[in-house]
Design a protein around this ligand. Sequence first.
Ligand SMILES: Nc1ncnc2c1ncn2[C@@H]1O[C@H](COP(=O)(O)OP(=O)(O)OP(=O)(O)O)[C@@H](O)[C@H]1O
Ligand SMILES: [Mg+2]
Length: 275
Amino acid sequence: MTEYVIQKSFTTSVDRTPRVLEIAEAFGIGLSDKQFTIYDGTKIEIEPGDVVYITGQSGSGKSLLLKELKRLMTADGLKVADLGDVVLEDKPVIELVGPNTFKATDILAKAGISDAYIYLRKPSELSDGQRYRLRLAKLIESDADVWIADEFGAVLDRTTAKVIAFNMQKVARQAGKTLMIATTHTDLTDELGPNVQVNKLFQARVAMEEGSYTTIHAVGQQMLEAIEGEAFVLDPQIATWRRLLGAPFKRPVNLPAPIKPKGKKVKRAKKVSAS
Ligand SMILES: Nc1ncnc2c1ncn2[C@@H]1O[C@H](COP(=O)(O)OP(=O)(O)OP(=O)(O)O)[C@@H](O)[C@H]1O
Ligand SMILES: [Mg+2]
């Protein structure tokens, strides 16, 4: 268990341009240098292999916290892989991870990429969400001790974000890696089962909670049951779970009979055979 102490403040000095002076005068704002503190000796205890979930409104200090933790952990001799530092070569996706095709599909599936047509595309031909998942795959294959993902799932729909969150914590825990993610979204607690949850409030206030694993088991079980239950395939959320968890395709057995379109039958003209 390592305790990290976070201290971060800035001194702002405003450039006195003509427009700045006009605004200052109109709103009665003083332009003297000001110091503001984002973290004032906040203590965070992180054990190797922990999942750390950082939330808070935009501008509250999530990215700063990740940067500070990255700096302190690196100084402690840990190898830290940051999603923001991942460089993607412009080659087909299947070439970008793993030592061979089989391992590549395995790693990509863990990051929520299991569509064959995505394997063949280059990063420049992917959507932002697909590229984000590819970056996660690069984190998974790195030999780092700590994985950092800022703006986690920001470009993903919420169902996809939840499945990927569930997958990432599972892979990180299996591999004994520390996973630290930050996002404004607060809906990933059940899927991540964080050991430490930090909610950054405004000014230097921080709310911190130790997590439990109970909910994550329930979520994982629910996902597994759903992807195995053929009757649920029509549910778009389940379909997404199946796709992202790389579940094999199953033909839905108890689908209702297809509905025939109503309407008058159009009589076909009888064939007139040439005599
Ligand atoms: N170099 C800097 N100089 C002055 N202020 C800074 C600097 N970097 C960040 N800040 C301020 O620190 C605060 C926290 O920034 P941070 O980037 O950590 O926010 P965030 O929670 O990650 O927000 P978002 O969700 O928008 O990414 C913000 O108010 C920002 O303006
Ligand atoms: Mg940020």
